[in-house]
Design a protein around this ligand. Structure first.
Ligand code: FAD
Ligand code: FES
Ligand code: MG
Length: 286
């Protein structure tokens, strides 16, 4: 169980792995995530189930290397096993036939957006996907997305591929040309989700965001994943991870995500000295 069956690099610092997890593959619904530990002394981190194959008993994880655990996972090879995998966790996405659904994915946010897009497509919605990244090399899963979208619009901040600009400008363009959008789903860096909401709010388009607060137990007991939604404290792990975007306090979320930056940096520097750390390429060439 939890053996890595396939693993590939799909972008700079971005990995995709197929893991044996039959019970999770059976029970999983779009929008849900797992919490894993790489080894006995490892910390717990949440990752979205980006795809699954219930017949083969596998799930797919896509992750960006940003700190100790995600870099550690980047060094793991086919045949190695994750220590444990808990899930599926969180509320599944509310999927129905809304009409036209626009999915907006930025950076690694495209991975969690994929299963939701697939669910919306299979439910008979007209699906338009907008994928954005800083530059062409950082775009991920564009071909996967095209398979579950009626229209896929790709934008890069530097214009190296697709439309030159931000996903919010592409979304504004759709609105300006009169596209009737019944629901928007935005997943990506917090500033991107906040900017998307500024566009959809003005156009009165119901919008859902999937939040990524720091999570520990994932079952509503530790309180680490507190987020403020509509002036109320909610737990990202059990009340979410998806919320009504118009009600989310994004500034507070950003603040809480940066709470442990100091200790995370120290842990990463210590990891660099370990045999696994020596295998990693860190930004800046260290
Ligand atoms: P660290 O150096 O420890 O942390 C880097 C930053 O990641 C921190 O500053 C903090 O903002 C965040 N972080 C750290 N620990 C946690 C934690 N326990 N829980 C949440 N955030 C944390 N990332 C992906 O690449 N792919 C995904 O599919 C994905 N899905 C997610 C789904 C959910 C529901 C949530 C809450 C987060 C998801 N993330 C995903 C983010 C991922 O969990 C963090 O990038 C990861 O925990 C970072 O751990 P680290 O030790 O490598 O880095
Ligand atoms: Fe502990 Fe949500 S992660 S309550
Ligand atoms: Mg960490």
């Amino acid at each position: 169980m939890f053996e890595i069956l396939e693993k590939e690099r799909i972008g700079p610092g971005v990995n995709r792995a197929v893991i044996s997890a039959p019970a999770i593959a059976q029970a999983h619904r779009p929008g849900q995530f797992i919490i894993l530990r790489t080894h006995e002394n490892g910390e717990r981190i949440p990752l979205t189930v980006a795809d699954k194959d219930p017949e083969k008993g596998t799930i797919t994880l896509v992750w960006q290397e940003v700190g100790v655990t995600t870099y550690y996972m980047g060094t793991m090879c086919v045949g190695e096993k994750l220590q444990d995998l808990c899930g599926p966790l969180g509320k599944p996405t509310h999927i129905e036939k809304f009409g036209t659904v626009v999915g907006v994915g930025g950076g690694i946010g495209v991975a969690p957006l994929f299963p939701i897009t697939k669910g919306m497509y299979e439910a008979g919605n007209n699906v338009i996907t907008i994928i954005g990244a800083r530059t062409e090399g950082l775009l991920i899963m564009t071909e996967d997305m095209k398979k579950v979208s009626h229209e896929t619009l790709i934008a890069t901040d530097d214009g190296s591929f697709g439309i030159h600009g931000f996903v919010t400008q592409v979304l504004q363009g759709l609105i300006d040309k009169g596209t009737k959008i019944d629901l928007a789903v935005a997943i990506g860096p917090v500033p991107m989700m906040k900017a998307t909401v500024n566009v959809t709010r003005k156009a009165n388009i119901p919008t859902v965001v999937s939040l990524n607060p720091i999570m520990v137990d994932g079952t509503g007991m530790c309180g680490a994943c507190r987020v403020e939604v509509g002036g109320k404290t909610m737990f990202g792990c059990v009340d979410g991870p998806e919320f009504d975007a118009f009600e989310v306090d994004f500034d507070l979320l950003m603040k809480r995500l940066a709470m442990y930056k100091g200790p995370e940096l120290i842990a990463l520097n210590n990891f660099r000295e370990t045999p696994r750390g020596c295998q990693c390429t860190f930004p800046g060439g260290a």
